[in-house]
Ligand binder design. Structure first.
Ligand code: PMP
Length: 397
């Protein structure tokens, strides 16, 4: 017999979410997650995926994945420290370190997992973490897991960070203090002020941690936000995901050899969760090779992003202050935002609405994620739909 308390809890809470319009519905794809996707038999221009460079559907990665499976099978068979480390795991880590210009790197099963792993392997209850208020959920959970004191600073507010760092340092309460930030913030597309963060960190002896999930493959000719600012030797932890620009799945930390050595003996997902599959690893290696050899996909991504941004702005939409390909189209009102996204979908464009509580109240937006794989014709089609629906709903003149 199932638990009555659980039944009541689920019924009440699911109902509550549905009534508030916060219950996410999921549209399964009948196609790869490329620039055009098929949902319910309809082909839509896809402006919602993190497949920034189009690598998730790249033939070279697919072939590498198949070769990986043929050589090593479908599963790694164990956690990394028992006998689930294949030679290709080490090859991937070497390539990631070279790509990020660090001494070493360690791969995890996802970016989320990586933040859970890395923060709690180094920080504990005698420490403090200064965390940007808009940091990703996996950073927040990773911080919580560490049991350190979490001190949130106002988003990208360097005065606030400095004041809080000073206070924490001068209190003498903490063994270690870390400052942690996204490299690129995924809802607005703005870039963390890393040069200032590094200066504050050096002044107060803070450990620096940058989660570059949305910057890798995008900024710094693809090598990420830290390279973009030329700070490779001044950031302790460079976190990345293998699921967005790299087009596969997984996460990693790039940093000093001693840091990576420590994570290999102390980070729990590395010790207690089976390692990345051969197909994933082989495809990731191929992706890193492609990005190391040429910046062509990166250039195409920026061209497409600029094209879409200029087009939306010309139509009269508010696209916020993004500095990266992430292109929000800010509508404001939550209900209108959701209606707008639905109408875009009806007309052939898949662009998801993002509303409170993911973003502050009254700043609902439809978020567009252009990629290197879009053609100008696809982007023109999307812009024509934006114009039509925007005019019909009275959002633009
Ligand atoms: N960090 C940030 C900043 C992210 O945006 C994401 C993905 N939404 C993650 C971590 C998690 O990465 P993954 O999807 O590889 O688990």
């Amino acid at each position: 017999m199932s638990s009555k308390i659980l039944d009541v809890f689920l019924k009440e809470n699911l109902e509550d979410l549905k009534q508030k319009g916060l219950y996410n519905t999921i549209d399964p794809l009948e196609s790869p997650n490329g620039p055009i996707i098929t949902i319910n038999g309809r082909n839509l221009v896809n402006l919602s995926s993190n497949n920034y460079l189009g690598l998730a559907t790249d033939e070279r990665l697919k072939e590498a994945a198949i070769a990986g499976v043929k050589k090593y099978g479908t599963g790694a068979g164990a956690v990394r420290t028992i006998n689930g480390t294949l030679k290709i795991h080490l090859e991937l880590e070497e390539k990631l370190a070279a790509f990020k210009k660090t001494e070493a790197a360690i791969a995890y099963q996802s970016g989320f997992n990586c933040n859970m792993a890395a923060i709690s392997a180094v920080m504990d209850k005698n420490d403090a973490i200064l965390s940007d208020e808009l940091n990703h959920a996996s950073i927040i959970d990773g911080c919580r897991l560490s049991r350190s004191k979490i001190i949130r600073f106002n988003h990208s507010d360097m005065e606030d960070l400095r004041a809080r760092a000073k206070e924490a340092k001068e209190s003498g309460q903490f063994n270690k203090i870390m400052v942690i930030t996204d490299g690129v913030f995924s809802m607005d597309g703005d870039i963390a002020k890393l040069p200032e963060i590094v200066e504050i960190a050096e002044e107060f002896d803070l450990i620096t941690y940058v989660d570059d999930a949305h910057g890798s493959g995008v900024l710094g000719d693809g090598a990420g936000t830290v390279k973009h600012f030329g700070l490779s030797d001044r950031i302790d932890f460079q976190i990345g995901t293998l699921s967005k620009a790299i087009g596969v799945v997984g996460g990693y930390v790039a940093g000093k050899q001693s840091l990576i050595d420590w994570l290999k003996v102390r980070s729990r997902p590395f010790l207690f969760s089976t390692s990345l599959t051969p197909a994933d690893v082989a495809a990731c290696i191929k992706a890193i090779e492609i990005l190391t050899e040429s910046t062509e996909l990166n250039k195409k991504l920026w061209e497409n992003a600029d094209y879409l941004k200029v087009g939306l702005k010309k139509l009269g939409f508010n696209i916020g202050h993004s500095e990266t390909p992430i292109t929000p189209c800010i509508i404001g009102d939550e209900v209108k935002t959701q209606e707008f996204s639905k109408r875009l979908n009806d007309e052939g464009v898949y662009a998801k609405s993002i509303v409170f509580p993911t973003v502050p109240k009254g700043t609902g937006r439809v978020r567009n994620m252009p990629s290197a794989a879009h053609t100008t014709e696809m982007l023109d089609r999307a812009l024509a739909v934006y114009e039509k629906v925007g005019k019909e709903m009275g959002l633009i003149g």
